[in-house]
Design a protein around this ligand. Structure first.
Ligand code: NBP
Length: 474
């Protein structure tokens, strides 16, 4: 008998994804470069469903029912290219290679084009939710040709997370669209986490609350607008006590954040697209700053403010909650702008409401909040920015006094809140009728004859700054 689907690469993610397919009654072919891993997988999991273990790539491909569907779950980059080559060599036109790793969308575009030439389908599928998601239902963001999704989609939707009966999986768009959206998802995850850690830091510094007390604050917040997986696990981590020392766990962890690169990719792409994703960028840079211990040690001698704490405890907690929510709205608005810009650039026709829908479950940024975003795009698919959706606009209006107080308090007592501050700056800049960009255009024209446009007439103009200072059409 043949397998419905195959998984090659049986490390953390591949192993759990293969089991997930089997738990849903599919016959799953499994393969791994190093055969020990396949053997170990069969020893541990053979009773969980119908698996066909393959010792070679050739055997693996031969065990798949046509059109063949092989999911690659190996390290992104060169290993993925190597595995694609091996699989493609044994495949026939109409067969599908699905890359479930964290590939860069540009690589996915290149691979899709190359395999299309050879009559094969290549589906770059973003898979979120980590180890647990892969096993029990991830959020899946598949790109590639719509024809490929017709046969593959039902299988993916079957194993994806479900929210209110709706699978957290939808065809995102052609070629690299799925991996692009997964990348932005990770970028948003960076900004979500940055806002959470700023909230923790400010409340701890300003009010002297203990990690335990702060765990209670986050637990309370998780009952309202902020309800989300990340807030929930913040409660867990803050409430955890180190067994070896009896101290709060958060106080024994080295305060240097690491990153695997998807946040950085998001910002690099945003720079190319000209989309201000300040929330994600600040989050990436905050991690980078934390990872420079020499500079940090040297800078400890720099002057700080006289004021160290804030007065009104209960008020500040509520202010920070509101600032967190408002900043989160801004960060998501920026991420959705980036998706829209890429969709226009590459002709992907991505439905933003559908992205919010499939992020409601199975992934790290899953939250009640995403339902609001789905509703916003449902009410107005061509929303110019999420900020002007009536529900979000009202929430921002409601939060703004608190938000401003939080940024002011943080600045006064010297606690860095780049996420809150940049989100507020973005909000204030976007709603301005006139921006100082006008002066900037003047400066550019002065030193570089870069020209400017006028508010009262069509066309480009240049003033002869070093000569008669007369304006002429450029
Ligand atoms: P890893 O990213 O740690 O990769 C290990 C797997 O890659 C092993 O099966 C290994 O085979 C295989 N491999 C390598 Br390395 N080089 C190979 C090559 N040249 N040819 C064939 N196989 C090769 O696994 P993972 O953590 O399960 O992640 C898989 C993918 O999913 C990655 O792209 C990752 O970014 C993505 N992802 C991971 C998570 C997560 O939470 N871990 C979440 C979401 C997405 P071997 O056994 O022979 O060494």
């Amino acid at each position: 008998d043949k397998a419905d689907i195959g998984v090659t690469g049986l490390a953390t993610m591949g192993r759990n994804l293969a089991r997930n397919f089997a738990h849903h009654g599919h016959v799953v072919a499994v393969h791994n470069r190093t055969q020990n891993r396949t053997t170990a997988f069969m020893d541990q999991h053979r009773d969980e469903g119908a698996f066909l273990a393959a010792g070679s790539v050739e055997e693996f491909v031969a065990s798949l029912r046509r059109p063949r569907k092989a999911i690659i779950m190996v390290k992104a980059g060169a290993p993925t290219d190597a595995v694609i080559e091996e699989l493609a060599a044994h495949m026939e036109p109409g067969d599908m290679i699905i890359d479930g790793g964290n590939a860069l969308y540009a690589d996915t575009r290149r691979r899709e084009a190359a395999l299309r030439e050879r009559g094969l389908h290549f589906v770059g599928a973003g898979i979120s939710g980590g180890e647990e998601g892969a096993l029990n239902g991830p959020s899946i963001m598949p790109g590639g040709a719509p024809e490929a999704y017709e046969t593959l989609g039902p299988l993916l939707e079957d194993v994806a997370a479900k929210v209110d009966g709706t699978p957290c999986c939808v065809h995102v768009g052609p070629d690299g669209a799925g991996h692009f959206v997964k990348m932005v998802h990770n970028g948003i995850e960076y900004s979500d986490m940055q806002l959470i850690v700023e909230s923790y830091d400010l409340l701890r510094q300003a009010l002297g609350l203990s990690p335990q007390e702060l765990a209670d604050v986050f637990r309370e917040w998780n009952r309202g607008d902020l309800e989300s997986y990340l807030i929930e696990i913040t409660t867990e981590v803050l409430g955890h006590t180190d067994a070896a020392t009896g101290r709060p766990f958060v106080d024994v962890v080295v305060d240097q954040a690491e990153q695997k690169g998807t946040g950085r990719w998001t910002v690099q792409s945003a720079l190319d697209l000209g989309v201000p994703v300040t929330g994600i960028a600040e989050a990436v840079f905050a991690r980078a700053l934390s990872g420079h211990p020499d500079q940090r040690t040297a800078a400890r001698s720099l002057a700080g403010p006289q004021e160290k704490g804030a007065a009104d405890g209960a008020d500040l907690v509520e202010d920070v909650r509101r600032a967190l929510y408002a900043s989160k709205i801004v960060a998501y608005a920026q991420g959705f702008d980036q998706i829209a810009a890429a969709s226009a650039e590459y002709g992907w026709s991505i439905d933003p409401g559908a992205m919010a829908t499939i992020w409601r479950g199975g992934c790290i940024i899953r939250a009640r909040f995403l339902d609001r975003i789905r509703e916003a795009y449902e009410a107005r698919p061509t929303l110019p920015t999420l900020l002007v959706d009536p529900t979000f606009a009202a929430a921002l209006a409601d939060a703004q006094v608190s938000w401003r107080r939080v940024v002011a308090t943080a600045a006064t007592i010297g606690v860095p809140t780049p996420g809150f501050s940049s989100a507020l700056a973005y909000y204030d800049a976007l709603r301005r009728d006139r921006l100082p960009a006008a002066l900037l255009q003047g400066l550019r024209d002065y030193f570089g004859a870069h020209t400017y446009r006028r508010v009262d007439r069509e066309g480009a103009f240049h003033t002869d700054w070093s000569g008669d200072r007369v304006e002429r059409p450029a």
